[in-house]
Design a protein around this ligand. Structure first.
Ligand SMILES: CC(C)(COP(=O)(O)OP(=O)(O)OC[C@H]1O[C@@H](n2cnc3c(N)ncnc32)[C@H](O)[C@@H]1O)[C@@H](O)C(=O)NCCC(=O)NCCS
Ligand SMILES: Nc1ncnc2c1ncn2[C@@H]1O[C@H](COP(=O)(O)OP(=O)(O)OP(=O)(O)O)[C@@H](O)[C@H]1O
Length: 197
């Protein structure tokens, strides 16, 4: 039996970094953002439907994130239409990953886990968190997003406090050492529970 653990947290809270730690402890990880990257790449399943809905978003046979960000900035309702195309394709990618699992724990890194109503398919959830000013500084330091783009994404996400309240476990991502210790504790708790069950 595989324990299916959802991993979430708001933008820049440390999901990808924490997901790699779960890998270090022997969990298989599926990353929703990485799935979107595959779908947007040349030959990816999202290219044709996106080309139909947003012809201006296609550059060199792939969906361009830079173009999409401009489209969303001009028309915030575009994000919903993008999601309607992308999310069913992401769900199919996730189902293919889950069909092939050989580890005792599978981690699904899903930015919009609670917003998307994915809890029913999960055995437990982890929310990664850091103070709001740390989050803002991390996202803006990356230099891939303007302050306005950050605000648009943030406004669409469930507040951090609500995510923390809904999660089975909360992991603070202020330091790598503390986060790694928390990941280890979660993995051990799950493995103990599986042995007892
Ligand atoms: C808006 C886009 C173009 C921004 O691309 P960019 O490369 O700059 O950022 P990236 O994809 O790494 O997203 C950064 C973070 O923003 C947040 N975010 C992304 N998409 C969304 C969304 N639809 N709603 C709320 N938050 C989102 C997530 O926390 C994500 O980790 C891109 O995220 C996109 O095409 N999103 C629509 C597809 C989607 O819903 N993806 C979410 C994962 S299923
Ligand atoms: N435990 C931690 N201690 C210190 N810094 C961290 C920790 N976790 C993540 N970070 C830093 O925070 C930034 C964001 O981390 P990461 O890319 O993992 O977040 P994310 O939630 O996956 O982001 P996004 O939602 O944008 O995809 C990175 O610069 C990373 O180095």
């Amino acid at each position: 039996m595989t324990y299916i653990l959802g991993l979430t947290g708001s933008i820049g809270m440390g999901k990808s970094t924490t997901a790699r730690m779960f890998e270090e402890f022997g969990c298989a990880v599926w990353d929703a953002d990485a799935a979107v990257h595959r779908l947007y790449a040349e030959g990816g399943a999202a290219v044709a439907p996106m080309a139909e809905a947003f012809p201006g978003a296609i550059v060199d046979g792939a969906v361009s994130r830079e173009s999409l960000k401009r489209i969303i900035a001009d028309d915030p309702t575009a994000l919903r239409r993008i999601e309607a195309i992308v999310h069913p394709l992401v769900a199919a990618d996730r189902a293919a990953f889950l069909a092939d699992i050989e580890t005792d724990i599978a981690v699904l890194d899903i930015p919009l886990l609670f917003e998307g109503g994915h809890e029913a398919m999960l055995d437990g959830t982890v929310c990664v968190t850091a103070p709001a000013e740390v989050q803002r500084a991390r996202v803006l330091e990356r230099g891939t997003m303007s302050e306005a783009q950050f605000e648009t994404i943030l406004a669409k996400q469930m507040p951090d406090a609500e995510k923390r309240a809904r999660a089975t476990w909360v992991i603070e991502t202020r330091t790598l050492e503390d986060a790694r210790a928390s990941v280890q504790a979660v993995v051990e708790t799950i493995r103990r529970g599986m042995k007892d069950a």
